[in-house]
Write a protein that binds this ligand. Structure first.
Ligand code: SAH
Length: 336
């Protein structure tokens, strides 16, 4: 049976039409679930009892569970236990502009980026839409506050779970859903080219971030196996198509690895690669993990200055949550 928290408004409308009910009931269901946060169907008092009984026989409303919460400075990490016993993590961050949540999209990750802890457990399965929606609902319930922005940058490759991720975005973006503005939602991909193209054709104002992490194939091949499938020039061409279709600026993520991709020459090569594109580079200080091979770069500011001098917008990502292993690339699909 499907979990009702994984249905978009259109799916609920189709459902009500299929049982010969008015489709506006879909909005009532959304209000109960996302505005009143009431998942006990018996309490949906503006919906007649026979329809409530029908809903109960057609859908589940079970929640994933918060197994553990750890709190650091302006950041909390939630470990969720899924209904089948798998684990994922999400991170809540406090900024001056509001609260943001970094959600996971898969249990484990198939991409195998060499520097990332999350991919050390190979992909177990995709998350269902409701499992992504519930990460946000449970955090909102826990802190009794509204989340204002969402980044799909936790465990997993969102474009390897494309359909569920897009449904998730539509549910949280709906004004009667969690009402998180599209411009406050960011999806990050390691560069699955056909999905970037599909994403370009969606009429959503959601932000796109690309984990590039290297200025050439030689370096990228060493750290990101996906580059053997979609190389840098294919990714850049896809970014160009995305920008020309959507007119939106793309974020280029670049994790700064000591003596791997952090030389000034690398910055110059990156600047050349990105020249004239409507992008900005977000340099990510590397969060060291048990994976001893990679170290944090010491040249991040020089690298940034070299980009700026060559006409490329660049910022350094604020460091968040490393004290509780809640920073980029440190999340895990494990209980301990
Ligand atoms: N799979 C998607 C979503 C993950 S986003 C993607 O690749 O974009 C998480 C970001 O953190 C990615 O840019 C990832 O490359 C980066 N990252 C991974 N491990 C990291 C680490 N140890 N320190 C800093 N950033 C890391």
């Amino acid at each position: 049976m499907r979990n009702i928290l994984g249905l978009k408004i259109e799916d609920l409308e189709d459902y009500f039409l299929s049982i010969e009910e008015k489709k506006f009931k879909a909005l009532q269901v959304f209000e109960w679930l996302y505005i009143h946060k009431e998942n006990n169907i018996d309490n949906w008092t503006n919906i007649k009892k026979d329809i409530r009984d029908k809903l109960k026989s057609d859908f589940r409303t079970n929640f994933i569970k918060v197994k553990r919460k750890e709190t650091g400075d302006l950041v909390s990490k939630y470990l969720f236990e899924l209904e089948d016993g798998n684990y994922i993590e999400s991170v809540l961050m406090e900024h001056d502009y509001g609260l943001s949540v970094c959600v996971s999209s898969q249990v484990g990750c198939p991409m195998g980026c060499k520097f990332c802890e999350s991919g050390r457990l190979k992909k177990v399965r995709n998350l269902e839409t409701y499992e992504m929606v519930e990460q946000i609902i449970l955090i909102e319930e826990d802190i009794k506050k509204k989340i204002s922005s969402v980044v799909i940058m936790g465990i997993g490759e969102p474009f390897d779970n494309y359909d569920n991720v897009i449904d998730f975005i539509k549910i949280i973006n709906h004004p009667k859903g969690l009402a998180i503005g599209a411009r406050h939602i960011t999806v990050s991909t390691c560069g699955i080219v056909p999905k970037i193209d599909e994403f370009s054709n969606l009429d959503l104002q959601v932000n796109l971030a690309i984990s590039l992490h290297a200025p050439n194939d030689e370096i990228r091949n060493k750290i990101m196996p996906i580059n053997k499938v979609y190389n840098i020039s294919q990714v850049i061409e896809a970014i160009k198509r995305y920008i020309s279709k959507t007119n939106r600026r793309v974020t280029i993520e670049y994790v700064m690895l000591n003596m791997v991709n952090d030389y000034i020459d690398n910055a110059l090569e990156l600047a050349k690669l990105l020249k004239g594109l409507n992008v900005y580079v977000n340099l990510i200080p590397y969060n060291e993990t048990n994976n001893i091979e990679y170290k944090k770069s010491k040249r991040i500011n020089e690298f940034k200055d070299a980009l700026l001098k060559n006409g490329i917008n660049a910022t350094v990502r604020r460091e968040f949550g490393s004290s509780i292993s809640a920073a980029c690339g440190q999340l895990r699909s494990k209980e301990v």
